[in-house]
Design a binder for this molecule. Structure first.
Ligand code: SAM
Length: 243
């Protein structure tokens, strides 16, 4: 048995049965191990850039004699560890949205034949949704969860019609890129928690700008007030929503 966090377990639930999976930036390879031991993945590639986590991944997989023949631990940058057509699913979790996007961007060739991306940005979810939209990937599911006080979002996409999840909603595509089209449609209770936290953050920024005597502070304050107004509108909708 491999014990993993609620975050990693939620990611694993998005993984189709029998898939060949690459976990890029696998660190300890716990998720890869779980996918094998639980009989979810038929084969896993654990990719890691850095020596320490790479060695930890090698040790972790070697400690699982029953399944290790269905795993390959590889050291390298992003999707460079993959050969075209080797996997059905690519997982990238626990990194910033910008880094996830740059890994996908640099490894575009390796995405051919991949049928599902499961991405869990720690920050910058909007950047990831935008990249998916602009590169022909259709969001098909989103999860949001809280663990140890931190809110995480998981985005799942397949090659398809990127417009579909943004159609027929009461918010523009641009807004939904920030909110998450599925999370918004569902009016998930944690979405309200997330945006209340964003509001607190921007209120702190506003308070610090108010103390500033820099000439650009006044203009920035106007922008922050606009952002706060938008967030208030979002929170109001989520308050009245019946999930
Ligand atoms: N995916 C695991 C999770 O969600 O728990 C580990 C997340 S850990 C914070 C990020 C890992 O990604 C680190 O082990 C880091 O060395 C690795 N990493 C960072 N950039 C990478 C890249 N370009 N290619 C592969 N691995 C990378």
């Amino acid at each position: 048995m491999v014990t993993i966090s609620k975050r990693l377990e939620t990611i694993a639930r998005h993984c189709p049965q029998g898939a060949r999976v690459a976990d890029i930036g696998s660190d300890h390879a716990l998720l890869a191990s779980y996918l094998l031991v639980e009989g979810i993945a038929s084969y896993v590639i654990a990719g890691e850039l850095n020596e320490g986590p790479y060695q930890a991944a090698v040790r972790q997989i070697n400690a699982l004699p029953q399944v290790k023949h269905r795993a390959s631990v590889r050291k390298g940058n992003g999707l460079a560890v993959l050969s075209p057509g080797e996997v059905d699913v690519i997982l990238i979790a626990g990194m910033g949205g910008q880094l996830i996007v740059s890994i996908l961007e640099q490894g575009a060739e390796k995405l051919k034949g991949v049928s599902r991306l499961i991405l869990q940005p720690n920050v910058g979810e909007e950047l990831v949704r935008r990249w998916l939209y602009e590169n022909g990937w259709q969001l098909v599911a989103e999860s949001i969860l809280q663990e140890d006080g931190i809110i995480y979002e998981i985005l799942v996409a397949i090659p398809g019609d990127p417009d579909l999840p943004y159609a027929g909603q009461d918010r523009s595509r641009e807004e939904l890129m920030r909110l998450g089209p599925f999370l918004w449609a569902e009016k998930h209770p944690l979405l309200r928690t997330k945006w209340l936290r964003e509001k607190e953050k921007w209120n702190r920024v506003l308070a610090s700008l108010a103390r500033s005597d820099k000439p650009e502070a006044a203009k920035r304050m106007d922008q922050v007030k606009q952002e706060l107004e938008w967030i208030d509108g979002v929170i109001a909708c989520l308050r009245t929503a019946k999930p």
